[in-house]
Design a protein. Structure first.
Length: 207
């Protein structure tokens, strides 16, 4: 059996909207209101590392260009009853849907690998506002890829692989100012991609 390990670095920019009253996430020392729930949609650049798809070989990846993108719809739910201190709150960070695509092109031949994935994520977050309108978030989320597929296309052949739902981990940090958010996220998950023409054959490292 072969297993596919996905490791992705994501740099993203988000547009924020409030789920409660007007205003942004507020520092308790500056404003009497509670830290507020935050809805967002995020888009960004995604860069696979050299352990992407279970192939941990720098020489192999030197021959590939690796680009990708991600789009997310999510929500940060602030738990005000569990206030730690002024401007510091625990929360739950939920990504209802994450859509990602990565294109890997082999420079020595007409050979491309494309990977499309739809996932959800949920986990605890910690939000801190050191100044008005400025908020930092750190989070750890369980990642559930619901649907994922790989297409390998060359001049002479095409192969398609599909994966069943899996599990993984996403960790990262956000910097929010007013309605903008800049984030960095590290994703790692394990999925088994089965060849659709040859059941029982899997893409990735043996494991």
């Amino acid at each position: 059996m072969k297993k596919t390990s996905l490791t992705i670095l994501v740099l993203s920019i988000s547009i924020l909207t409030l789920a409660q009253s007007s205003g942004d996430v507020e520092n308790q020392s500056l404003n009497s209101g509670d830290l507020e729930n935050q809805f967002y949609f995020r888009f960004g650049y995604s860069q696979p590392t050299t352990s992407y798809l279970g192939v941990d070989d720098n020489d192999f990846w030197d021959s590939f260009s690796r680009v990708g993108g991600v789009f997310e719809l999510g929500h940060i739910f602030i738990i005000n009853k569990a206030a730690l201190s002024d401007g510091l709150r625990l929360g739950i960070n939920v990504d209802y849907a994450e859509f990602s695509y990565h294109q890997l092109s082999y420079s020595l031949e007409d050979f491309d690998i494309g990977l499309l994935k739809i996932s959800s994520k949920i986990g605890p977050s910690l939000s801190y506002s050191p100044a008005e309108h400025l908020v930092f978030d750190v989070f750890v989320k369980a990642k559930i890829p619901w649907v994922a597929g790989i297409a390998i296309i060359s001049e002479v052949d095409e192969e398609y692989y599909l994966a069943k739902p899996g599990i993984g981990v996403a960790t990262g940090i956000n910097v929010r100012y007013r309605f903008l958010m800049l984030g960095f996220e590290y994703n790692s998950d394990n999925m088994k991609f089965e060849n659709q023409d040859h059941p029982g054959q899997y893409f990735g490292n043996v494991g």
